[in-house]
Design a protein around this ligand. Structure first.
Ligand SMILES: Nc1ncnc2c1ncn2[C@@H]1O[C@H](COP(=O)(O)OP(=O)(O)OP(=O)(O)O)[C@@H](O)[C@H]1O
Length: 251
C-alpha cells in the first residue's frame, strides 16, 4: 500500500533538446519535512514547477493525495491541498498585512459555498485572519502596509498566505534567500512551527537550515535524485560529500 501524500514517478522534463529532469522518483510521507538540495542548475526549481503545475512534465506522473494531478492547472492543484509559497511579488504591498491575509483566505474560500452560507461569515473571516496573524507572529503589524515591512516579515506574511488554504503539503523554494543569519534562524523556527502536521518539501541552499529542519533529504544532481536519506545518512554519504557538500559536511 502506498501511504505517500506526494509521489513523483519517472518524472522527466526537457526544454528543447535538453533534458533537465531525467527520471525523478520521490515519495513524500504525510507530515514529513523533506529538503531537496543540489548544485546550481540541478533542476530543483524546475522540479517544483512540475509539482505545482506551473510546468507540465514531458513524461512521468505526479500523484497527490491519491489523485493523478499531472498536467493540472496550479489553482486546481492548490485547491486539492498542495500549496506553493508564492514569491513576495504576490504580496500586495499597498494593502495592510491583515488585508493581505484576508484576501488569501477569501480566495481560498470563494469556491466553498458552505463557508459563505454561515450567517457570521465576516466574523468568521476576521477570526481566521487573526488566527493566521498570530501563527506567524505578525499581530503587531496587522495594520502595517505589507510593502513597508522588512524582507523577513514579508516572508512571514507569505507563509501565512500559503497557510490560508490549510494545505496538506507545502512547497517552499529558498525561503531563507537574502536573509541575515538571525532572520534565517527565526524563519526556520517559524517554518518548523507552522508546518507541523503538514508535509513540507523545501529547496534551500543554507545547509545549516537543511540539516536542522529536514526529516529526510534528497539530493538532486543533473536532474536525477542521487541519494535520499536522513540528515545523518546524507552527511555521511560519500558520493554526496564529494559531489556536493564538500567541506561543509565534513566540518
Ligand atoms: N524555461 C526554461 N527553458 C530552458 N531552460 C530552462 C528553463 N528553466 C530552467 N532551465 C534550465 O534548467 C536547468 C535547471 O534550472 P533550475 O532553475 O531548475 O535549477 P536549480 O537547481 O533550481 O538551480 P538554482 O539552485 O541555481 O536555483 C538550468 O540549466 C536552466 O538554465
Amino acid at each position: 500500500m502506498n501511504d505517500s501524500i506526494l509521489s513523483l514517478r519517472g518524472l522527466r522534463k526537457s526544454f528543447g533538446a535538453t533534458e533537465i529532469i531525467r527520471g525523478v522518483d520521490l515519495e513524500l510521507r504525510p507530515g514529513e519535512r523533506r529538503a531537496l538540495i543540489g548544485p546550481n542548475g540541478a533542476g530543483k526549481s524546475t522540479l517544483f514547477h512540475l509539482v505545482s503545475g506551473n510546468l507540465a512534465p514531458t513524461s512521468g506522473e505526479v500523484i497527490f493525495d491519491g489523485q493523478r494531478i499531472t498536467g493540472w492547472a496550479p489553482q486546481r492543484i492548490n485547491r486539492l491541498g498542495l500549496a506553493r509559497s508564492f514569491q513576495i511579488t504576490n504580496i500586495f504591498p499597498k494593502l495592510t498585512v491583515f488585508e493581505n491575509i484576508r484576501l488569501a483566505l477569501m480566495r481560498h474560500h470563494e469556491r466553498q459555498y458552505t463557508f459563505w452560507r454561515v450567517i457570521d461569515r465576516l466574523a468568521g473571516l476576521r477570526a481566521a485572519t487573526e488566527t493566521l496573524l498570530e501563527k506567524v507572529r505578525l499581530q503587531a503589524q496587522a495594520q502595517t502596509l505589507a510593502g513597508e515591512m522588512s524582507y523577513s516579515e514579508q516572508r512571514s506574511l507569505e507563509l501565512a498566505m500559503t497557510l490560508a488554504s490549510d494545505p496538506k503539503a507545502i512547497l517552499l523554494d529558498e525561503p531563507m534567500a537574502g536573509m541575515s543569519s538571525e532572520e534565517t534562524h527565526y524563519t526556520m523556527e517559524l517554518i518548523r512551527e507552522v508546518t507541523a502536521g503538514r508535509a513540507l518539501l523545501i529547496v534551500e541552499h543554507d545547509m545549516d537550515v537543511v540539516f536542522a529542519l529536514a526529516d529526510r533529504i534528497s539530493v538532486l544532481v543533473y536532474g536525477e535524485v542521487v541519494a535520499t536519506g536522513t540528515p545523518e545518512q546524507i552527511r555521511n554519504h560519500q558520493g554526496v560529500r564529494e559531489a556536493y557538500l564538500g567541506e561543509e559536511a565534513a566540518a
